[in-house]
Design a protein around this ligand. Structure first.
Ligand code: ZN
Length: 390
């Protein structure tokens, strides 16, 4: 890239968008700067710049975002709409002082990415059927669990799109509100003014919504407010950090919730991860290597009967992958599960019960997607398993 151009920052944003990047990092090195793009969740170095050129590029972003020249640190980031490729792109620009110089990160909030519908998330037929069953009955709490950057918010937004289409009154509380959705009243967590998830939820319930979304059940207050609202008959959507669907129950118990509250509130618990999707132009059938077979054995997972490998072509810029998709476990809490929750069944008992009912866990979904050529063993292994029996 020509970083000396007065619009070099916009050129960089355009190049990043063309490559489907979600983030741009301009990082100081000992002897210059490097530019890295996050594409399909992975960082790739694209350019090296001299220190002067790196500073100039960072200053262009600072000026464009209206950050004072003397500012070295923007902990909350600066929101700015930049015009790139003829359309406005919402950016969150964060500046941090590092030992070897200032670092700048740009999150590209491309609205196209949030136009996902439930059918675009990567759910297989049975998971999709459970989502739709909940959307037709609309009761209790829909919880989406998984680690950071596992696509939880995308899933909730896809559900919100479905609900908004029915002219429901929907209010959300998020930290931060990254994407604005037409027809939904979105409130941002603001700790300086005393609006946390719990207080925000109490406020939005006074607005009498049909449905409420809480970005994350992060503390006992938020979890208790959400579960109380669901028990009182509200439809609540929320995310929660948990290893798998059943361990969400333990997380709620650890927040001080009683078994009868959890049993009454929970309607659906989803557990998910994101993996890169194989490029359909160049993927090749392949067998698992002995090491991969051993890995499946060691983790007591079903061996894929077929597999594919990434090769790389012009369509995928040589990476062999194009875009991402979700791996899902979808637990629709039924009558028998409700009885068990009410009786205080522990995780292990719940898991054995679901296994006996033929429940599909995340890793079975992964194996099915390896077999279908949607993703690869390498992608699944890269997630880092944390299996309940390990
Ligand atoms: Zn390809």
């Amino acid at each position: 890239m020509d970083a000396t151009h007065p619009d070099a920052h916009l050129r960089l944003v355009e190049a990043a968008l063309r490559r489907r990047a979600s983030d741009i990092h301009i990082d100081p090195l000992l002897d210059g700067y490097q530019i890295r793009l996050r594409i399909d969740g992975l960082l790739t170095t694209t350019d090296h710049l001299s220190t002067d050129t790196g500073h100039r590029l960072i200053n262009q972003f600072k000026t464009a975002a209206g950050i004072e020249p003397g500012t070295a640190f923007t902990p909350l980031g600066a929101r700015k709409k930049l015009t790139a490729e003829g359309r406005p792109i919402d950016c969150r620009i964060t500046l941090a002082p590092c030992i070897s110089g200032p670092k700048l990160a740009v999150r590209l909030l491309d609205p196209d990415r949030l136009r996902h519908r439930v059918t675009d998330l990567g759910l297989r037929e049975s998971g999709l059927e459970r989502f739709h069953r909940w959307l037709t009955t609309l009761n209790g709490m829909f919880l989406v669990t998984g680690p950071t950057a596992s696509g939880k918010t995308t899933t909730l937004y896809a559900l919100l799109h479905e609900l908004a289409a029915e002219h429901r009154h929907i209010v959300s509380i998020e930290d931060p509100v990254e994407y604005e959705i037409d027809g939904i009243n979105q409130i941002q967590v603001d700790h300086r003014h005393g609006i946390d998830f719990a207080e925000g939820l109490r406020t939005i319930l006074r607005l009498d919504p049909d449905h409420a979304m809480i970005g994350e059940l992060r503390d006992p207050d938020a979890a208790q407010a959400a579960v109380a609202a669901a028990v009182a008959g509200r439809v609540i959507l929320a995310t929660l950090h948990a290893r798998d669907a059943v361990s969400a129950v333990t997380a709620l118990r650890n927040f001080g919730l009683a078994d009868h509250q959890i049993a009454t509130a929970l309607a659906v618990v989803v557990n998910q991860r994101l993996v890169r999707r194989l490029c359909a132009e160049c993927r090749q059938p392949a067998s698992l290597t002995p090491a991969e077979i051993e890995w499946h054995d060691r983790h007591r997972l079903r061996q894929p009967s077929t597999a594919w490998r990434a090769t790389g072509c012009t369509a995928c810029e040589g990476s062999g992958y194009h875009g991402r998709t979700g791996l899902f476990e979808v637990w629709h809490v039924d009558r028998a599960d409700y009885e068990m929750l009410l009786a205080g069944a522990d995780e292990e008992t719940l898991r054995r019960h679901l296994d006996a009912e033929g429940h599909t866990d995340l890793w079975e979904d992964a194996t099915a997607k390896i077999e279908a050529g949607i993703t690869t063993h390498a992608e699944v292994q890269r997630l880092g398993l944390s299996l309940p029996w390990e």
